[in-house]
Design a protein around this ligand. Sequence first.
Ligand SMILES: [Zn+2]
Length: 362
Amino acid sequence: MWHYTTNGIYSVKSGYKLEMSKKKDCSGAVGSSSEPRVQNAFWRKVWSQEVPQKILYFNWRAIKNYFPCRSNLLKRKIISEDSCPICNVNSESVIHALWSYPNAQKVWKKVLFREVFTRLNFSNYGDLFEIATMYLSKYEMRLFLYICWSLWQNRNKAVIEGRSCAQDVIFNRAHHLAGEYGSLVKGEPNLIVEKPTKWSPPPVGKYKLNVNPAFIPETGVGGIDAVVRNDKGEVMAAMALPLASATSSKHAEIMAFLFEMKFARDAGFSSILIESDSQWVVNDVKKDEEESWASDGHLIDDIKRSLQHFEDVIISFSPRRGNQVAHFLAKHALNCNTMVTWIEEVPFWLESIVNDDMVVSS
Ligand SMILES: [Zn+2]
């Protein structure tokens, strides 16, 4: 079994690539390693956020710590002590002003994705931003940056005018501005490359299972979910499960497929359409091979065997943007410790995403 091709079979090309990559690693070893490339990717993320220039610049200053919070003013000897002007206790660092101070936390409580961050460790704003880019969608990133910006505006207002806004006002402003800018971006034809594909319902009387894992390569943490919907788009059953031992996103995708199929079968759906956002899992499962030599091939074989337990099953590929519900649940799974299932009774927040996700019939 050869680990450097997707199908597990050796090719001269892949051997040559491997040798060349070894050479590259050695020549760059003296004090530089792969660090610059990682850094470049990070700064590309910083400058590619879809927000106005002033917010991009604000975010960049916060990451670089070029930020007029009191701990930085103290460092430059502009002031003589650095306690936070609002809570008076801690030193006012960037992370204190934009994230950890009590009023900021009250604002962050209003966003669902705050949960993601409270379970992770970060000591400065740059780390927080990097984590955010890993977990959040384009829209959520915009809201994230606008909330940081509004918090800082509010802090200045409190310091200069001696009055600050209520948490609701701060949050609503950020939410409104993020939405407004989003609608402007959508209006620019140059920026839209692909139309988001909407979820399409199965034929009348049939059920559709959407498969969609989330995986964070840096931590090896994954989450998987399953959503079964009927032809009206109603959620019949849903499941979210954390995946602690995924070794790669491919591994997470394949485990997701396996678990979800089992979930749907156990929930009593014997005739089903399975829609996965993983092109390669769909291809491998459909491939007519005796056994697979790929590194997770034994799992593909498992899937094929399990498929025989269904009366009637059709597997198809759908890009990630098509399954908002599944995508959201997969992120939800990242945050839970055990498996969560919903059969028939679906939580309200899931209902609202389901409605957003439906194909608008004209
Ligand atoms: Zn404070």
